[in-house]
Design a protein around this ligand. Structure first.
Ligand code: BGC
Ligand code: BGC
Length: 592
């Protein structure tokens, strides 16, 4: 049941000052604390005055339905509203391509695909649709957009970046912020990860032996994620600062700090870049949040980590597990004078100001009437439009568009796999193969778009009967889902299985179309030579019908590469590729 509350109006600056004067140190520190829902029962939100709770990647209720999400978040808000001062909680999730933890939500293309659309208006509409699905579940805080500018596609987070080009990231990142925060009450966008998360060098990720417990420590796979950006300040500013400046101008009120370092110093300890540049020079008035357990990486000694992070300008800490330890540690630090009360007041004032701006004091809940918008036909149409616009045609020798009445053979592990076409950050953190959520696979999209589905013969492995010879074969191959450093890779060639299915299918068709599902450009020289047409689909999400739209000519191909496409691994990173005498396989902006 919803708690009954007296009507509240939006607090003014004076109201916030008055509220701050009433708050005890425990209440203030609570506001600065964000715990993950699997670690905290709702009643502890009231006991410890928590300012925020999050669902990490895959932090889903059971059953994973929109209604169960709404009930789960409501329970935390109800607890917050029972506290003495009734300060509302703000619940956060990573809705980085739709409300992607929720079973049945619409999954939009990952940012790399949106970069290929060059379409600000589309990105703004996607952000707004995502906010509506969030509001349906009472979530007011979205850890998006990533305005990362990836400079090395070996990075497992490349697909979270719209582009390797700063201006394109700025254009689309600001559109996302506007679309997210358009409505009233609002969803708060978190612009991340400050700064130069996409500028780290291969081999600089560090494993800290003191990180134990629940932390998935960077294991052997982490090579560039959370690494060190080795560049001078002029380069750092030129490549990575403009999206932050522009997003702040566009109304951004929250910024998440990067796990990475700049010249050996962890960003979470970087007072100069947070206090001086972000809050000083850029005039950022909102609150700064830390990344997942990231402060623990500052120092082996936890109190030192806490003190350093808060003094460096972090306002809210994504703890996310041991919030009791964080709270007691920060309290002791304040009592010992290692963190000033003025710093605490500044952090809390920023958080309360943003909560007021979001509209939480008057309307701490979302909108039940929006529950039907989760996974709605309207949102699916929008995602389908994005799929059409993000596909990049790399080669076409007299094959596309296809005639609707042509017999087709279809193969490849990506042809009928919703999980694979969605990629990481889908239902779970890493994503997974298979029917992980509701959607239309590429194969189903084709079947639904031709007059006679019997014209399409499908075999995943391309093992068609001897003698089968179709005019056109389509093979869908690419990357298995991954997220963050788990996707760092120094070998971006196609898997043997994918190469084999292309060989197999080639024998059964006159013309071959290869469709690539991937979070980044891969090394495709051989496959490109074997194909008559080649399309980069990126990670298109749940609406596979959009692929049929461009293949069958219902819509033209308009996507353009937002990353430079290399010929060989030894051309990486981008800086090296730009100087390589052989040049790239496809230049930035290419698309037929
Ligand atoms: C990621 C962030 C994300 C956070 C919460 C971190 O590991 O780096 O992008 O917002 O987890 O899930
Ligand atoms: C969580 C993610 C988080 C990641 C950090 C995962 O267990 O689900 O939300 O980003 O850990 O490494």
């Amino acid at each position: 049941m919803q708690a009954t509350r007296p009507a509240v109006s939006r607090p003014t600056e004076a109201d916030i000052d008055a509220l701050l004067r009433q708050m005890t140190l425990d209440e203030k520190i609570g506001q600065m604390t964000q715990a993950e829902k699997n670690s905290i029962p709702p009643e502890d939100v009231a006991t410890y005055f928590l300012g925020s709770v999050l669902s990490g990647g895959g932090g889903n209720p059971d059953p994973n339905t929109p209604a169960a999400w709404a009930a789960m978040v409501r329970a935390y808000q109800d607890a917050a509203l029972k506290t003495r001062l009734r300060i509302p909680l703000i619940y956060g999730v990573d809705a980085v391509h739709g409300h992607n933890n929720v079973y049945g939500a619409v999954i939009f293309p990952h940012n790399i695909g949106l970069g290929a659309t060059r379409d600000r208006d589309l990105v703004q509409r996607i952000a707004n649709a995502t906010s509506r699905e969030l509001m349906a579940t009472h979530v007011h805080f979205n850890f998006a957009p990533a305005v990362t500018v990836p400079q090395d596609i070996r990075w497992g987070r490349t697909y979270e970046g719209y582009s390797e080009d700063t201006d394109l990231v700025t254009a689309l990142g600001t559109a996302y912020v506007q679309g997210t925060q358009d409505d009233d009450p609002r969803v708060l966008a978190s612009v991340k990860h400050y700064i130069a998360d996409g500028g780290t060098s291969w081999g600089t990720s560090k494993t800290y032996e003191w990180l134990t417990g629940n932390w998935q420590a960077p294991d052997g796979k982490y090579n560039i994620d959370q690494g060190d950006a080795e560049m001078d300040e002029a380069t750092l500013r030129e490549l990575f600062l403009p999206p932050y400046r522009a997003c702040i101008e566009a109304g951004a009120q929250n910024i998440m700090v990067s796990f990475s370092s700049w010249l050996g110093l962890k960003m979470h300890a970087h007072s100069y870049l947070i206090n001086d540049v972000l809050k000083g020079e850029l005039g950022f008035q909102g609150f700064v949040i830390s990344d997942w357990m990231a402060i623990n990486q500052i120092d082996k000694d936890y109190p030192t980590s806490v003190i350093t992070a808060v003094n460096a300008g972090l306002d809210m800490i994504m703890v996310p597990y041991d919030y009791k330890l964080f709270i007691s540690t920060l309290k002791k630090a304040v009592e010992a004078g290692a963190v000033s009360l003025a710093r605490i007041d500044d952090a809390v004032r920023r958080i309360l100001r943003v909560k007021a701006w979001v509209g939480l004091f008057e309307q701490p809940f979302g909108r039940d009437d929006l529950l039907t918008s989760v996974g709605s036909a309207e949102h699916r149409q929008l995602a389908r439009e994005a799929v059409r616009k993000s596909a990049v045609l790399l080669k076409n020798e007299g094959v596309l568009p296809l005639a609707k009445t042509l017999p087709l053979i279809v193969a490849g592990r990506g042809a009928d796999d919703i999980g694979m076409q969605c990629g990481g950050w889908t239902i779970s953190w890493l994503g997974a193969h298979g029917a992980t959520t509701i959607g239309t696979s590429i194969l189903d999209g084709l079947r639904q778009s031709v007059p006679d589905p019997a014209l399409i013969t499908y075999d995943q492995q391309g093992k068609f009967a001897a003698g089968v010879k179709a005019p056109v074969g389509i093979v869908v191959v690419g990357e298995s889902p991954y997220a963050e450093g788990m996707g760092d890779s120094n070998d971006l060639h196609l898997a043997a299985e994918d190469k084999a299915v292309i060989e197999q299918t080639r024998q059964h068709c006159d013309k071959l179309i290869v469709l690539l599902i991937s979070g980044r450009p891969l090394i495709i020289n051989d496959e490109l030579a074997q194909a008559d047409a080649f399309v980069a689909l990126w990670l298109p999400g749940t609406e596979g019908g959009g692929v049929a739209d461009v293949l069958l000519g219902a819509a033209p191909f308009t996507g353009k590469l937002s990353y430079t496409w290399p010929r060989r691994m030894d051309q990486l990173p981008l800086k090296t590729l730009k100087q390589d005498p052989d040049g790239p396989l496809f230049p930035f902006g290419f698309g037929l």
